[in-house]
Every structure is written in structure tokens, then in C-alpha cells.
Write a protein that binds this ligand. Sequence first.
Ligand SMILES: Cc1ncc(COP(=O)(O)O)c(C=O)c1O
Length: 427
Amino acid sequence: MNNKAILHLAGIPRAMNAVNLLNEISSLYPEAISFTSGSPQADRYRLDRYSHYIERFVTRHTIEQGWQTANTFSLLGNYSSAMGITRHYIRQHLATDDNLEVEEDQIVITNGAQEAILLTLQALFKRQKPGSLVISTPFYSGVDAAARMLGIETHYLQESEFGLTPEALLSLLDTETESANPVRAVYCCPNFSNPSGTLMPDKTKERLVELCRNKNILLIEDNTYGYIGYGDPFRPAKAWDTTNHVIYISTFSKTICPGIRAGYVVTGQTTMIDGTHSSLAQVISTYKSLGSNHVPGLIQALIGGILEENYFSVRGYIAEQVTIYRAKRDHLIYCLREYFGARSDVSWTEPQGGFFCVVTLPFFVDEDAMHTCATRFRVIWLPMSMFMPAGSISQKIRLSFSNVSAEQIQEGVKRLAEYVSWTIKEK
Ligand SMILES: Cc1ncc(COP(=O)(O)O)c(C=O)c1O
């Protein structure tokens, strides 16, 4: 596929194609060192172990149910519940890793966090009274694209270096009191956000949940990177939710691998559809059943087997991997100091978790700059403006360090420094 085919889909607003675009952009420059990937380290997917995990699940489930193995095979091979057949494993994982007590019937297993976001927005905003969505910005493009596709009115709220602040949200809500489309929900990623890598302090999480409770709006918490922290474990905002104002979304894409397409949403809320109260989880699963029916039984069994073998702890399963990401983060910071330390006009973040470091350059950068750098200097990164509302400008770029080797980090930062010097001379 050529650049044009990927970047300019006829008839589809560009921002709606954001997820495709992000997934495919580095394939345009196979010769370049790519800091664009939001994937875990590809050689750590451990696919060779998957049949072992599925067998483990089959054995346990057969015993638990008092079945024959054939019954479990039939469960995995047949059509099954749209909500998911291994929700009790996820319930136990949340209790183990985050001390979160949730009911099994509040969980819907989805094809990754992306589907969880789309279905949640669909269930909250379709066929109901009007309402708008606040998106913490810079944002994960998949949430903005999903809101656009569903025609949901959005407000973009600039995050601080500690993520979305309750003060900023309150001041937006105060200006919106008379709106015909009042704010109904807020999306944010408190633990190691994409793209900024910000971490919201616990106290802020608590205050944000309290504000949502007081204003009776929902917080859609995306905890996609929550288990990839480089220090003490951080809890999700959901931990402070005593009144069911938080909808919690997570995924196994970053902890197992993205290709299995497995995530989930936890929602204990009820929603009003055509004048009747329904469980939001049921509504989400109804929408799911009409799209992809359910997550494949074998994938759910794989997750069940992994969780079971690791005492239901995802943190345990990826502990070794997290030390590797931390070393990559350290190496990236080291290289940035090495190549940019002498410049006062370049700065960078030191993320406490997740996959992303943000570098501020001495000039504005957009997608054209990204292409120029990839073509001339064979290193590719993403301009932060790609994670902002259309027309935004920024001097920042996102460097993803999860899926690059130490050598690539070193060489990639060197090439980035050459690009910066060249651009300054050109201007
Ligand atoms: C913040 C955030 N949310 C959701 C997703 C989608 O995850 P999944 O691959 O599980 O659909 C991503 C993927 O990069 C992400 O970064």
C-alpha cells in the first residue's frame, strides 16, 4: 500500500482512520528505526506456550464443572455468551492485582480495549437522552475516532503533567450547565497514558471520582498500561469508586499480546433505554453480540490458563517483562541526555510506566515533518499533534520504546539529533 492509500481514505474523515493509520505508519518506512509502535516487545509474545495454557484451562474447567473433557471442548468451540465465559477469572485477577471487588455480571469480555471503548460509548450515547463526552487531551486516537464515528459531541480537556485534573474538569462542567448536550461521561487514562505517559497521583484519582459522583457523570477509565509500572504498583481510579461512577476498561494487548484481541469492560451501572432501566453490561453485550458475537472461546481459555498458572496475577505474569521495559526506558533517557544534553531547547519526560516518552523539540512538528525525518534520517516517531483535535500544533513528539532494541534506541536517538540540527539549519 502506498502512502496515499493509507493516509487518505476517500470519503472517510481522516481522524476516524486514526487506529489504522497508527498501526500501519511504520510499514511505510521499513528501512527506518521505528519509535511508533504501541505494542509490547514482539519477541516476548510466548506463542509457543499457548497450547499449554489452553490445556491448563481445559483441565481445570472440566474438573471445576464436574464435566467430561468433551464438554469443555464443546464450550470452547461452540457459540457462547456474548459477555464471556471466563469472567470469573478476570474477577479474580482484579481482586488479586488491584484489590478490586467486582461482580462477574458486571464484566463483558471484548475484542481488546478498543472494542470495549466503542461498545461503551455506543451503549451510553445511542438511543438515549443527549449528552456529550469529555476526552482528556492529548488522547488515545481510538477513543476520539470512536466518538466521531458515533456522532458524539466531544469536549477536549488539556491534561497536566499529572493527567486530567479535577479543577480543569470542574471549570468545564461549570461552563456547560445550560448546555442542551450536557456532559455525561469523561474518558481518561490515569495510569501511564497514551500518548503522554502521564501518571495521575492517587489523591487526584480520588478527587476525580468524587467530582464525577457529585456531578453525577461517569468516568470511563482506560487502564491499558496500568500493570506496566516501573515502581510500586499504582491502583486504578476504580479503586475509589464506591458509588458506581467509574466504568473500567482494560486489555491483555500490552501484557500478553495485541494479536489475541482480548480486553474487557467492568460496568456496574444501569442505563435508561427507551424508558426502561437496563444493566449497562447487558446492553454492551447485546451490541457486542451483533458485531462479533463473542471473544473466541479458545482465546478466553488462553487467558484463563495464563491467569490460573500465575495465581490470577497479570502483574506476576509480566514482572520480568516490565524490568526489560524499565531498562529500555532508562537507556532511552540515557541516550537523550547523551545526544541532546548540551541543548537547552530540547526536553523530555521520564515516564514512570507504560511505553511512551515525550520529547519537546525547538520547533513545531507535524506529519509532514515526520515523513521528512523518516525519509531523510531513517527514524520515525509520531508528532503529538496526531493525538490532538484537528488543527492543533505542537513541538512534541512521542517516542515509543517498548518494541525497539538497545542498539535501535541508541542509533534512533542519534538520527533524531541529526534531524533536529538539520531542521534548525534549514529554518
Ligand atoms: C490507551 C489505549 N486504550 C486502548 C487501546 C486499544 O487496545 P486494544 O489493542 O486492546 O484494543 C490502546 C492501544 O494502543 C491504548 O493505547
